[in-house]
Write a protein that binds this ligand. Sequence first.
Ligand SMILES: [Ca+2]
Length: 117
Amino acid sequence: MSFIRNALVTVAAAASVFALATPAQAATGWDRCNPGYICLFDYDNGQGPMAWFQIGSPDLRQQDFDNRTQSVWNRTSSRFCLYVNYNYANDQGAGTSFSGIQYNTNEVNSYSSLKKC
Ligand SMILES: [Ca+2]
């Protein structure tokens, strides 16, 4: 009996710690990007709609994210290149996204494909 009571107290304590550590509201901004993914955001500073990838995309129209990327967080262990044209074509210079780095693109949001590079 005492064991069960102690177990219940422990569960209750663990639950309250969890509640304190986890705000009720949904994640916003950068925090929505999970480890292992590169995340593209529609607005600066991780705001707005987000698209997320593990290996990339030859055509961001497929993810409804063509010419929209204004900020990036690369949470993969790989470097990615972002291209202004479809199928990794690039006549205006590629954007490079290094592992772990979070940044605003600070340019025309023109990316149309991305892949590890
Ligand atoms: Ca483009």
